[in-house]
Write a protein that binds this ligand. Structure first.
Ligand code: SF4
Length: 143
C-alpha cells in the first residue's frame, strides 16, 4: 500500500496551536487506499501544544507574541522531507491555510484572518524537493 504523509491534525491528533484538531471526514476513504503517516511539522520542529498562533511574513514566521519562530518551522519542514525520503513517500496531504502546511492559501501576517495566496513553510519546502503536495480539499483527486 502506498504511504502518504499527512498533517497529523487531519487524522484527529490534537496538535493544533490551540490543542485541537482538524479531523477530515475523508479519513476512512484515505485509509482504504493509503498507509497514512501522520506528521505535525510545528510540533516536530520543537513547538509546544498549545502554542501561540503564528503567521508567515515573507520568509519569516512570527507568532502572536511577536517571537520569531522561523527556525522551528524550518526544522519541521526538513524533518518532514527526511521522513518522505526514508519512507519513499511521493505525496503529502497538508492542511490548508496553515503557516506550515498551507499549499495554496495562508494568512497575511496581520493576525486579522485575512487570507492571501501562498504556501506554508513545510508545503513550500516539500514542493521544492519534488514531493506532490495536496491539501485536504484535494483528497477526492487522489482517491
Ligand atoms: S502544523 Fe500542520 S499538522 Fe501541525 S497542527 Fe498545523 S496544520 Fe496541523
Amino acid at each position: 500500500m502506498e504511504k502518504i504523509l499527512i498533517s497529523a491534525c487531519l487524522v484527529g491528533d490534537n496538535v493544533k496551536y490551540n490543542g485541537g484538531n482538524n479531523l477530515t471526514p475523508k479519513l476512512d476513504a484515505l485509509l482504504e487506499k493509503y498507509e497514512l503517516i501522520p506528521f505535525c511539522p510545528e510540533v516536530e520542529g520543537g513547538l509546544s501544544i498549545p502554542r501561540s498562533p503564528a503567521e508567515r511574513i515573507g520568509d519569516k514566521v512570527i507568532n502572536q507574541d511577536n517571537e520569531d519562530v522561523t527556525d522551528a518551522y524550518r526544522r519541521g519542514a526538513e524533518l518532514a522531507f527526511n521522513i518522505c525520503l526514508f519512507l519513499k513517500i511521493k505525496k503529502v496531504i497538508l492542511k490548508e491555510k496553515s503557516p506550515s502546511c498551507g499549499s495554496k492559501i495562508i494568512y497575511d501576517g496581520s493576525f486579522s484572518h485575512k487570507e492571501i495566496s501562498g504556501m506554508g513553510v513545510t508545503a513550500e519546502y516539500l514542493k521544492e524537493k519534488g514531493i506532490e503536495v495536496y491539501s485536504e480539499e484535494d483528497i477526492d483527486s487522489i482517491l
